[in-house]
Design a protein around this ligand. Structure first.
Ligand SMILES: [Zn+2]
Length: 553
């Protein structure tokens, strides 16, 4: 017997064989059993997930000599002919190539004749959205008044392109992408039948690569057998298709979340040198972070898609990053992925993305600085270098919402934030007088009336972090500042800061206990007074001591 590809050889023959579409098979089985059949069905979903297979099974159910039955025998001449695709009563039409009015007119002619052998004449139109508008209209005439012996089964990947008048006459079924675990299981089933040894990790790597499409997964297995013979390992799969090992993505994520820039880049270079597809690695990384996001929201949702080892990694990584930081991270990497698409040097963009991601994760520790300064204010001593940070939960609970909100913004990984904290705190403290002078110039230019003035009266400069100009306000003013700090007002402040200093700034608003609004200072020597105020503050004194810093005036 000639060689048959797996996708064909192991095409599902009954509703129970269908993988990953229980909602569809159950409904269709019930419809057939109860003889509640529609005239037209529409199967919707991405390619390679079983639309055509479902259509053929339905056709067999309807025309099997024992039917209509939810369990077609697969042995009668009707079943066999349908499975082989040469039944006279099941007319398969490819919408992509038979999309003219003439084709549809011919179909309408034939619809009138009774089926040759089976119970029904079944028209199976694949890619139905490819029909021309005129062809759709011609088809509609038949759909409006179909003869009792005719059934239509349509399949499409793009339902939005199908005329609404057609859609409304069909019973629609949406087929889903198949969970990776189910694909892996099915591949193992095929491997068993074919006497192939397929490593579980290899099956999983194929399943991930197939992105929910069974046909793609089966084709990959075909290729692997042709290439490797009877024993297929994970590294075979990774090498042949240029996929990245799941472990690599896990490692890379860990290094990014822990802020280990050199180690993360080293891993990237290794992957690049061993010829891995950088786009693929980036998209795997984003998918993993997406999984992490879902895991943080609801850990058991992913059970069908991931193996237990991966779940452990997700649990560990979930501890390292807060949800809003994770969202930012995904945004950043998705933007980088977009840039990489057209870039000749993809590795370069990947590198920059990693460095930027780690840097912006580090920036969050600014909130930690404030947190720690508040800790000092509240009477706690500064942590000596190397000591673990205060537990977020404990810190959050006694300071209410305000505390927990700050905690949320910061990342909770102890390993890498300390050095950053110190660095940022130093910058913030040292540049304070500059910030005040600059702010004084800005205040002079803000109109005496208006929202911007109201806003400026509730905030006070508390420091500079890189290009961020930090404006503090009392937690009591939180909602007021949020309301007034519109993008437009922020831009105005940034423009004024730029004019006063000659460089670009982005303003950040920070809630902080003990902020005295600038109204409390005399109008004349605000800068000098603020330095005085600054020096007198016990909190600042301790910070100066802790970081061995100075106030420059
Ligand atoms: Zn049969």
């Amino acid at each position: 017997m000639s060689y048959e590809v797996f996708a064909r050889k192991y095409r599902p023959q009954t509703f129970d064989d269908l993988v990953g579409q229980p909602h569809v098979s159950r409904t269709l089985k019930n419809a057939v059993t109860q003889n509640r059949l529609a005239h037209a069905y529409l199967f919707v979903g991405p390619r390679g997930i079983g639309k055509t297979s479902t259509a053929r099974i339905l056709a067999k159910s309807l025309n099997c000599v024992n039917g209509p039955t939810a369990t077609p025998c697969g042995e009668c001449h009707n079943c066999r002919e349908i499975a082989a695709g040469n039944s006279l009563d099941v007319i398969e039409i490819d919408g992509a190539s038979n999309n003219s009015v003439e084709d549809v007119r011919q179909l309408r002619e034939n619809v009138r004749y009774a089926p040759a052998k089976g119970r029904y004449k079944i028209y199976l139109i694949d890619e139905v959205h490819m029909l021309s508008a005129a062809a759709f209209n011609a088809l509609l005439k038949t759909l409006e008044e179909p003869p009792a012996h005719v059934k239509f089964i349509f399949a499409t990947t793009e339902p939005q392109k199908v005329l609404p008048t057609i859609l409304s006459r069909c019973q629609r079924f949406d087929l889903h992408r198949i969970p990776a675990n189910l694909i892996a299981q099915h591949l193992q089933f095929i491997a068993g039948k074919e006497k192939i040894t397929l490593e579980p990790a290899a099956a999983h790597a194929i399943a991930r690569g197939a992105e929910g499409g069974m046909r793609d997964a089966e084709s990959m297995l075909d290729q692997l057998v042709a290439f490797c013979g009877e024993k297929i390992s994970e590294s075979d799969v990774l090498n042949i298709f240029g996929f990245t090992a799941e472990q690599t993505v896990v490692d890379l994520t860990g290094r990014i979340l822990r802020g280990e820039t050199p180690a993360a880049l080293e891993l990237l270079y290794e992957q690049c040198e061993s010829g891995k597809d950088m786009m693929r690695l980036m998209s795997d990384l984003i998918v993993y972070l997406r999984d992490l996001l879902v895991f943080k929201a609801k850990p058991d949702v992913l059970d069908e898609d991931i193996d237990p080892d991966l779940k452990k990694s997700l649990a560990a990584h979930a501890e390292l990053i807060e949800t809003d930081r994770l969202l930012d991270l995904i945004d950043q990497l998705a933007a980088a992925e977009g840039r990489m698409k057209w870039a000749p040097n993809k590795k370069l963009h990947f590198e920059v993305a990693i460095i930027r991601a780690i840097q912006s994760l580090g920036q969050a520790t600014l909130d930690e600085v404030i947190e720690r300064l508040s800790e000092l204010r509240d009477g706690g001593r500064a942590r000596p270098p190397g000591a673990p940070p205060t537990k977020p939960a404990a810190a959050g609970s006694d300071r209410g919402n305000e505390g927990s909100r700050r905690q949320k913004a910061g990342i909770t990984d102890p390993g890498y934030s300390k050095a950053e904290t110190a660095r940022v705190a130093e910058t913030a403290v040292q540049s304070q007088p500059n910030a005040d002078e600059l702010w004084h110039k800005v205040l002079a230019k803000i109109p005496v009336k208006g929202f911007l003035r109201t806003l400026s009266e509730s905030i006070r400069p508390i420091g500079i972090d890189g290009r961020n100009f930090l404006l503090g306000h009392s937690p009591d003013d939180q909602s007021k500042v949020e309301a007034l700090a519109s993008p437009n007002n922020r831009r105005q402040l940034e423009t004024l800061l730029g004019e006063a200093s000659g460089c670009d700034w982005s303003v950040r608003f920070v809630a902080k206990e003990g902020i005295v609004p600038p109204k409390a200072f005399g109008a004349g020597s605000e800068a000098a007074r603020s330095v005085e105020w600054f020096e007198d503050d016990r909190l600042i004194q301790e910070a100066l001591e802790m970081f061995n810093a100075q106030i420059k005036s």
